[in-house]
Design a protein around this ligand. Structure first.
Ligand SMILES: C[S@@+](CC[C@H](N)C(=O)[O-])C[C@H]1O[C@@H](n2cnc3c(N)ncnc32)[C@H](O)[C@@H]1O
Length: 219
């Protein structure tokens, strides 16, 4: 696959602390739709694409699950482990494209590098995926590649919750994506609009809130 480059503005944002998307608390829609995502599997294995330093990963880890994330900015991954106070070790993936930060018990594995290199990790068969602010973060022209990688990590019965931004212009990131756009990207999957979040005080005026979709592989 032709691998698009990680947009360096993300990495610079992490280095200068310009990370307005980061939430200090566990995402309310994750808590609300957690039972659907897990589908009764506990413990499960949850993939968190473009994971940043999301505190949702620590929360899921504390529920007993295995967590696998990938993130282009190493600073984010270092901050995740430091702030969660989880001891970790670092290794390099064989082809040198990715670095792996993993908790001492191996139950959290965060890869540093380009999302499109995820297949080289050998990680697969995720029953659950939590995509918060990630599909909307990548360039519109890369969406199909993004979804190809994601669906290659799913198997029959896999479920994904994806939260995307609601905005009425075509600028980004974060980029707007319609319900029809979601269904077209995940052809053959069950894609449903599940929930929404209203804008909150202090949010940039272009943001009209968020939409949450459920995506499920049936066969
Ligand atoms: C909007 S943030 C969402 C972060 C996280 N999911 C959360 O909920 O806080 C998008 C993240 O994707 C990362 N990113 C962007 N493009 C990437 C790529 N091609 N590969 C890996 N990470 C990438 C950025 O560094 C940033 O941390």
């Amino acid at each position: 696959m032709d691998v698009p480059e990680v947009n360096q503005s993300w990495v610079e944002g992490w280095e200068t602390g310009d990370i307005g998307f980061h939430r200090s608390g566990v995402h309310p829609v994750l808590k609300k739709h957690y039972e659907w995502l897990l589908a009764g599997r506990s413990p499960s294995k949850v993939f968190v694409p473009l994971c940043g330093k999301s505190v949702d990963m620590k929360w899921l880890y504390d529920q007993g699950h295995e967590i696998v994330g990938i993130e282009g900015a190493e600073t984010a991954v270092q901050q995740f482990f430091d702030e969660s106070k989880i001891l970790f070790k670092i290794s390099s993936i064989e082809d040198g494209l990715l670095k792996l930060y993993q908790s001492e018990d191996g139950r959290i594995r965060l890869y540093v590098g380009n999302y499109y290199n995820m297949p080289s990790t050998g990680e697969s068969n995720f029953p659950a995926i939590w995509d918060r602010g990630s599909l909307e973060a990548i360039d519109i022209k890369e969406r199909e590649k993004y979804v190809d990688v994601m669906t290659s990590l799913m198997s029959p019965g896999s479920r994904c919750l994806a939260e995307v931004v609601n905005r009425d212009d075509n600028r980004g990131p974060p980029f707007f994506i319609t319900e029809e756009g979601m269904s077209n990207l995940f052809k053959g999957y069950s894609v449903k609009y599940l929930d929404k979040e209203e804008p909150v005080k202090g949010m940039p005026s272009f943001l009209k809130g968020f939409f949450l979709y459920s995506i499920e592989r049936k066969e």
